[in-house]
Design a protein around this ligand. Structure first.
Ligand code: SF4
Length: 475
């Protein structure tokens, strides 16, 4: 068919070549997202001229974009400001139709609709192509295609999104501009998404608000075929030092029997690779699963630990306790797997000193790497509704990259931001770098060195913002 369709995944800021790129491409997401790629792959089966740009890996070729018939812009909250700037500029100077989708437009459709012709809410696997066909035939998709909506005189109009049944699409990496060249860099890892949904209900989690609590899994054999293809795409003709594949599921272990099948299939096909995966603490009590993970080539679990105090777990509906997490970490490590910790600070139960406490927890439990972010509030989540009056500068989605975005109860925003800097500095200190150089080997050593510089760049961003936070505090 004749439409020219371009997909754009904006970054938090425009892609810029820099020596820093040796370690850090886009600071927070380091590969094009599977969501955009999956939808572009589906679109390419019905339309001939489909191409994608992701600002995590390249500049956008505007000469190619300006004469497109449809531009689809997909984004998370941290890239919303950039997405709106791109859409507004395209609308001002070009004739194409602009469609927005992804997590943020799904959860804040009215806001997104002010910058585009249509918003496609939901996952899009079964609704994007029908929407594009409507546009090709000059028909209005609103009221026809599930999830398609637009602003009308009396507000946002459109049908609610429907959960797709067919989610087994292997993304076509070749659709993304310069992906093959960039895949040779150590900071860009292959990603595979094998299941959707999570049965838990943490009140700050946008994924549950967008994808629901019913866990949907792809056939194990197809997941493993995608893993093989991703490894081939990333490693053929490249000499990557840090060979790591990230299974990006939010809760891969929610369906235990299925997770076992995927791991057994990786082993049966003889795939030899390093994998990392996100996990809740419960998997740390499943000895059989931990053994299988090791056998399948998993070297670390990225655990959404979030808090280290039971009051914060209770306040945000996270079913965890500090004692259980400590037991889980110890057992995971006893099975030869590393633990990476994902943490959140700035709850009602956090006071000055939380940064030190967090760093001490990390050092005490020998956690290999960390990501610390301030409490975040994604539209459409219960936490957002509870805290929207505490937000410092609503609409500044570009600040949702781990920085402090609200007025915490027991500290000033500036104090909290300094706590994050302190925690990062203590975990990624010069003596610990030296220790990693001497004692760690292979991939572990490479990862620590890379993260050392990555965290330094994050700290410098956070420090640069302290003056701005002080101004907001005074206003
Ligand atoms: S367990 Fe993780 S993915 Fe599931 S609701 Fe909680 S934060 Fe979200």
């Amino acid at each position: 068919m004749g439409m020219k369709i371009r997909f754009i995944e904006p970054g938090n800021r425009p892609y810029r070549r820099s020596p820093l790129n040796l370690f850090v491409y886009e600071r927070y997401i380091r590969a094009p997202s599977n969501g955009m790629l999956t939808l572009a792959t589906l679109a390419s089966r019905s339309f001939d001229d489909v191409h994608c740009y992701s600002e995590s890996i390249s500049e956008i070729d505007w000469d190619d974009v300006v004469d497109a018939d449809v531009v689809c812009i997909s984004f998370f909250s941290f890239a919303a400001c950039r997405a709106y700037a791109i859409a507004d500029a395209l609308h001002e100077s070009c004739d194409m139709l602009v469609v927005m989708g992804g997590l943020h437009p799904t959860l804040a459709p009215e806001e997104a609709a002010r910058h585009c012709d249509y918003v496609l809410r939901g996952e899009g696997d079964e609704s994007l192509v029908p929407l594009l066909k409507c546009l090709e035939e000059y028909r209005d998709p609103v009221g026809v295609v599930a999830g398609a909506c637009a602003l009308r005189d009396d507000g946002l109009a459109g049908l609610e999104p429907e959960i797709p049944h067919a989610i087994d699409t292997i993304p076509d990496y070749s659709l993304v501009h310069r992906y093959k060249e960039m895949a040779g860099h150590n900071t860009i890892w292959p990603q595979v998404h094998a299941s959707r949904g999570c049965p838990h209900n943490c009140s700050y989690c946008g994924l549950v608000a967008a994808f629901g609590r019913k866990v949907r899994c792809r056939p194990p054999e197809s997941v493993v075929t995608e893993i093989e293809q991703a490894i081939e795409f990333f490693d053929a003709h490249h000499h990557r030092i840090a060979k790591m594949l990230w299974i990006t599921d939010d809760n891969f272990f929610a369906n235990r029997a299925w997770a076992v099948s995927v791991l057994e299939s990786i082993i049966a096909r003889g795939i030899k690779y390093n994998f990392t995966i996100q996990a809740r603490y419960e998997v740390g009590f499943d000895d059989e699963m931990l053994d299988l993970l090791r056998e399948a080539g998993f070297s670390e679990l990225a655990m959404g630990i979030e808090f280290i105090d039971d009051e914060s777990f209770a306040a945000y509906g996270k079913k965890s306790t500090r004692a259980e997490i400590e037991r889980s970490i110890a057992n995971i490590q006893a099975h030869g797997l590393r633990v990476r910790g994902l943490f959140i600070v700035g709850t009602e139960n956090h006071y000055p000193g939380v940064g030190d406490q967090l760093a001490d927890f990390v050092l005490e439990h020998d956690i290999d790497g960390i990501l610390v972010q301030s409490m975040y509030f994604i539209p459409g989540t219960p936490s957002y509704d509870d805290h929207k009056d505490d937000l410092l500068d609503p609409g500044r989605w570009d600040r949702c990259v781990g920085a402090v975005v609200h007025r915490p109860k027991n500290m000033t925003p500036t104090q909290l931001q300094k706590e994050i800097i302190r925690a990062s500095k203590k975990v990624y200190s010069a003596p610990r770098l030296l220790n990693a150089l001497v004692k760690k080997r292979g991939l572990e050593r490479v990862l620590f060195i890379g993260e050392f510089f990555w965290q330094a760049s994050i700290r410098s961003d956070l420090r640069r913002e302290l003056g701005y936070l002080e101004q907001l505090e005074r206003s």
